[in-house]
Design a binder for this molecule. Structure first.
Ligand code: ADP
Ligand code: MG
Length: 703
């Protein structure tokens, strides 16, 4: 093992015929690197690291600066100190209490002496050599008459300091894989950085004053200064944004060049339809509808994402687009993620279009085969129809003969293949309208969703009661109940949301639906009617429970996140969310949107399970704003929290490094992408870029 890699290096240097070529070396499985055995390789895989290339491209999440040295006589107690010391002796002993192994080293420098203590790392006794000089860095406490370093970092003093006494990269770690280990391995493989192909074309680098990849990687892995890191970071982020910009812009250009079904904008008809609604459209709805009608009329397919908070009235916009399409003689497929929602939309559209000769048909999985066949036959005739349904719409036998518009509600709940396969039922590419209540931050909208035109509904239609949100510490848990009881006494209803269905040993302390049901029905809500809703119930059972809640045959609904989308019960005024810190901000916002749908004031209680500072901040963010868009931005910002001055890796797997809030860089990268495409529309001119595109296309999941 030791030999294989060393010989590779030596051969390479000697230039013999057996030398390994750069590309092969980069593709080499990490298993073949000395010091990486089967188990370590598996652990590395958990970090997404399989090859030498992966490792070299693995980015630190932050840095620790231990450049500043002090002496043993002048350490600062209670904080981090870095010293250069000689080790006088090393000894390991068992601590009588708690059965711990202590490794103790006696340290000295010209100014005094000290002690370093490590816990349960017996192997250190063999690593640390008495009489030799080390750089030691760690928190210092007062010992018996001398300073004590607890679990300090250390490294043999040398010219090539790698771990201590410099700016040290800290990588995302996993069990058994420390940053020290990663630094060592990346250090060993350092010379191969030169072999990595640079995805950014040289002309772009020159125009935008960007480092080449090799220099950028050297700087992030082996930095000399923070300004160096910053410049490298900027370059790596640019590459990401540039590539995403290319994929998205290329898709957009292709779509614009393709002809689609044209739906003429019949202004008179639109006016009539709107006048027949039982309410006045909000300004937002009016504008969005107009945008959609204009899109439908173009020769290429519409590709629009309608974003609007829960309750902002997206359905009626969808209905207007659908009726205009039918009016023009074409068919509409309207797909929703659950049967409950499909039925709800079917009922709404049927009512709104009652006076018109546009059939609205339902297609859901629980229908009999005969009923489905009947719908399929009807659709095949080409009669302008709106078919509302679930995934059942994707069934092969559903073949609309003139599909003019595809509408997808809660689009993120569907995979890209599903969205595609519905659109492919059109003979020509149909117009596409996606809807979502999940707010997408502007920056994401410009990147990942860049090929979608955006419409946003910001205001709520009817007069709505406000929602008061309060964060409650887990220990104060019961504080939510008196207020909830008050609401129930007034004849209102309540939701209680738990992250899991049943108690689980793995998730100790997380409230489950079953435990909560038990507790609430015996205690705080004993005199009320409680129902339970979760994903293990059948579709029919779920519908039944929801129906009971809607009809106010139940006062309290204890549920998991299945209640997230679309449920409309204006009489519900209380939302209690258990272990709220386990949910995403956008999701919490969605839950909260289940109340405040009537005119009464509603109450949302976020029960915070962990005492974690970040958890507190996130929940406070939800409590302090009603805007889903602000929350989405905030979520991005907070995810970078605690990662000082360095690089960060977004939970969003697409962005390894780009700071999505850096609007200027985003703009610059997108400009460059557009210009590049003008010259090289098929992206074949620069090999490494061509290669990289496949990966980006895959990650981006474009419609
Ligand atoms: P969402 O955007 O969450 O899908 P819906 O389309 O379900 O919202 O609309 C929520 C409620 O608001 C529905 O009951 C709908 O009838 C009503 N609504 C929609 N637009 C208006 C409006 N302009 N004025 C009054 N009520 C409206
Ligand atoms: Mg909706």
């Amino acid at each position: 093992m030791q030999g294989s890699y060393m010989s590779v290096r030596e051969d390479r240097m000697s230039g013999s015929d057996t030398r390994m070529r750069g590309a092969d070396m980069l593709a080499l499985d990490l298993l073949h690197i000395p010091g990486i055995g089967r188990e370590t390789a598996l652990r590395l895989q958990r970090l997404g690291l399989a090859t030498v290339r992966d490792l070299l491209l693995y980015l630190p999440r932050r840095y620790e600066d231990t450049r500043e040295r002090t002496t043993l006589a002048s350490v600062t107690y209670g904080s981090l100190n870095t010293v250069s010391v000689q080790i006088r002796s090393v000894a390991t002993r068992e601590s009588p209490r708690r059965r711990m192994v202590l490794t103790v080293a006696e340290l000295e420098d010209a100014t005094g002496d000290a002690e370093a203590v490590w816990f349960n790392q017996r192997y250190l006794e063999r690593q640390l050599r008495s009489g030799e000089t080390y750089v030691v860095s760690g928190k210092v406490e007062r010992g018996k008459g001398r300073p004590v370093f607890r679990n300090p970092q250390f490294e043999h003093e040398s010219a090539m300091q790698q771990h201590v006494g410099r700016i040290t990269p800290i990588y995302p770690e996993t069990e058994g894989i420390t940053s020290k280990f990663l630094r060592t391995k990346i250090g060993q493989l350092r010379s191969w950085i030169a072999e990595l192909p640079d995805v950014l074309p040289p002309t772009i680098r020159a125009e935008c004053a960007l480092l080449d990849l090799q220099e950028a990687l050297r700087r992030v892995h082996f930095p000399e200064s923070f300004s160096e890191i910053e410049e490298a970071r900027r370059r790596l982020a640019f590459e990401e944004l540039f590539c995403i910009g290319l994929v998205v812009e290329q898709a957009r250009r292709r779509r614009l060049a393709e002809s689609s079904i044209v739906i003429p904008y019949d202004v008179e008809y639109a006016r009539e339809r709107v006048a027949k609604l039982p309410f006045h459209l909000t300004d937002g709805q009016r504008i969005v509808t107009h945008e959609i009608f204009q899109d439908l009329e173009k020769s290429h397919a519409m590709n629009r994402l309608l974003q609007g908070d829960v309750g902002s009235g997206k359905t009626v916009v969808a209905m207007l687009a659908a009726s205009m399409t039918c009016h023009a003689g074409h068919q509409v497929a309207f797909m929703a993620p659950t049967e409950l929602l499909a039925r709800q939309h079917h009922a709404t559209l049927t009512t709104l279009l009652a006076d018109e000769d546009i059939p609205v048909r339902l297609l859901v999985g629980s229908m009999t085969d005969a009923a489905k066949r009947e719908v399929a036959e009807f659709v095949a005739t080409g009669i302008p129809t709106i078919i509302v349904g679930t995934h059942a719409l994707l069934e092969e036998r559903i073949q609309p003969s003139t599909l003019g518009l595809v509408i997808i509600d809660e689009q993120h709940r569907f995979g890209v293949e599903q969205r595609q396969s519905l659109r492919q039922k059109g003979v020509l590419p149909p117009n596409f309208l996606a809807m979502t209540a999940t707010p997408i931050p502007r920056s994401l909208a410009l990147t990942k969703y860049g090929d979608l035109d955006l419409s946003v509904l910001t205001e709520r239609p009817a007069k709505r009661g406000k929602v008061v949100t309060e964060v409650i510490r887990g220990s104060m848990h019961d504080a939510a109940f008196p207020a909830a009881r008050e609401q129930l006494a007034l004849g209102h209803q309540a939701f209680v949301i738990c992250p899991i269905i049943e108690e689980s040993e793995d998730l100790d302390g997380v409230m489950s639906v079953t435990t909560e049901m038990d507790r609430l029905s015996k205690g705080p809500f004993a005199d009320y009617r409680l129902g339970i809703l979760h994903g293990r119930l059948s579709g029919r059972e779920k519908d039944e429970v929801m129906e009971q809640f809607r009809e106010h045959q139940l006062d309290v609904l204890v549920t998991t996140s299945v209640v997230e989308v679309g449920v409309d019960v204006p009489n519900a005024t209380v939302m209690i969310i258990e272990s709220a810190d386990r949910f995403g901000l956008a999701q919490l916002h969605q839950f909260r949107g289940r109340v405040g749908r009537g005119t009464a004031t509603s109450y949302c209680y976020l029960i915070q399970e962990s005492a974690d500072e970040l958890a507190t901040q996130r929940l406070q963010a939800v409590a302090s704003t009603e805007s889903g868009f602000l929350l989405a931005e905030q979520d991005l910002r907070l995810r970078g929290h605690g990662e000082i001055g360095g690089l960060r890796q977004h939970g969003d797997s697409m962005f390894r490094i780009a700071d999505l809030l850096d609007a200027a860089l985003l703009h610059e990268a997108q400009q460059a992408a557009g210009k590049w495409l003008d010259e090289d529309p098929e992206l074949v001119a620069h090999g490494p870029l061509h290669e990289a595109m496949r990966a980006y296309q895959y990650i981006l999941d474009l419609d």
